[in-house]
Write a protein that binds this ligand. Structure first.
Ligand code: DSN
Length: 409
């Protein structure tokens, strides 16, 4: 029996969510629209299979096809990121990061991470996260004036703190990351260098952002942000660390891998190797840059003055509370998330900033013109403009640039 008949409640809600995604403007920079092929690989009976272990070394029978699928995903990931080793099993970016710490460190060891308030991530040493509870973190942030990472400051902290591992990671940092510069610091203090490229993975894969290899020892990512694949994680590392990493993930942290998701990761990696993906990533950067420029022109403060990548954080503190601004934009069909700004004096639940970016709208086909228009709508909203007019603008753009027309539900 079809789902709409057997469980109309769940069916109806899924249907509404799909329409919300189609009709609204998704500017949350960690979200995207995976292709229908990625989505169809996810919705397969591969989800039924237990495959604890790795290709050729499973703890269950019946894995002959699963082994081929996972091996394909591994080979494609290695090729895409020019990595010596890939583990495609992490259920998420957080699981991937936990496995890296478990593989390379002992509990209580020192890690130098990027401050969450400056644009880092919970798994890079937040006190409310396992990372901050189990390991001894110190943090580097951004320069107060430029709002950019200053490697001289990072070096000073690293020399004083003597970490065993340095994390380069960003979720709300709009500038290019200098992996080479970080690697000099890591070498000087004898630390492992670990980059979490979840946000910029698509840009890295297509050569639109410098690669963390050969400078980093380990690299983690998610596969659903700029990379535009299924929701999941990925670990890439130097060959000499492969056994430690694989053991830390399974049996260290996870049980059975999600093989339907791994099949979808394989599909995503193939898509990401194509020339059209490179073109897409180039446009992602152009679009974000156009948005930031428009905000600057209209007097909205963009943190660090602009963007080199797919995202930006704007300071909305002159216009009200970020929580109610985010909720107000939600009601207009413009989806963003509130975010701390560097040296924010406001609390994390209601900080001073709004984070937004271009990956999802670029997948819809937006170019610079439309991105400027959207930045204009947000500015109008912040300055108390006509909400009905903005709503009409959102509707018209989403109709003009439809998404998932080939997706049947
Ligand atoms: N998913 C990350 C992001 O939105 O950037 C946070 O975990």
């Amino acid at each position: 029996m079809k789902l709409h008949k057997s469980d109309p409640k769940v069916y109806g809600l899924i249907h509404k969510e799909i329409n919300r995604q189609k009709d609204g403007l998704v500017l949350i920079p960690s979200e995207n629209y995976a292709s229908s092929n990625v989505i169809s690989a996810m919705g397969t009976p591969l989800s039924n299979k237990y495959s604890e272990g790795y290709p050729g070394k499973r703890y269950y029978g019946g894995n002959e096809y699963i082994d081929q699928i996972e091996s394909l995903a591994i080979e494609r990931a290695k090729k895409l990121f020019k990595a010596e080793h890939a583990n495609v099993q992490p259920h998420s970016g957080s699981q991937a990061n936990a496995a890296v710490y478990l593989a390379l460190l002992n509990y209580g060891d020192k890690i130098l991470g990027f401050d969450l308030a400056a644009g880092g991530h919970l798994t890079h040493g937040s006190k409310v996260n396992f990372s901050g509870k189990l390991y001894n973190f110190d943090y580097y942030g951004v320069d107060r004036k430029t709002e950019r990472i200053n490697l001289k400051d990072v070096e000073k902290i690293a020399v004083r703190f003597k970490p065993k591992l340095i994390v380069i990671s960003t979720t709300a940092y709009s500038r290019q990351l200098d992996f080479k510069g970080f690697s000099k610091i890591a070498k000087k203090v004898g630390a492992y260098l670990f980059a979490d490229i979840a946000h910029i993975a698509g840009l890295v894969a297509s050569g639109e952002h410098p690669s963390p290899f050969p400078y980093c020892d380990v690299v983690t990512s998610t596969t659903h942000k700029t990379l535009r694949g299924p929701r999941g994680g990925l670990i890439l590392c130097k060959g000499e660390l492969s056994q430690k990493i694989d053991k830390a993930l399974f049996p260290g942290i996870q049980g059975g891998p999600l093989e339907n998701i791994i099949a979808a990761k394989a599909v995503c990696f193939k898509e990401a190797i194509s020339p059209s993906f490179k073109k897409y990533q180039r446009q992602v950067i152009k679009n974000a840059s156009a948005m930031a420029d428009e905000f600057n022109k209209k007097g909205i403060r963009v943190i660090s003055g602009g963007t080199d990548n797919h995202l930006m954080v704007i300071d909305v503190s002159p216009y009200g509370e970020s929580k109610s601004i985010q909720e107000g934009l939600d009601r207009l069909g413009i989806y963003v998330n509130r975010n701390a700004i560097p040296f924010d004096e406001k609390p994390p639940f209601n900080p001073s900033g709004i984070r937004l970016g271009s990956p999802a709208v670029t997948t819809r086909g937006f170019k610079e013109k439309e991105c400027r228009e959207v930045a204009g709508m947000i500015t109008d909203f912040l300055k108390g403009g006509d909400k009905e007019k903005i709503k009409k603008g959102v509707k018209s753009l989403s109709r003009k640039f439809p998404i998932y027309e080939d997706f049947r539900w």
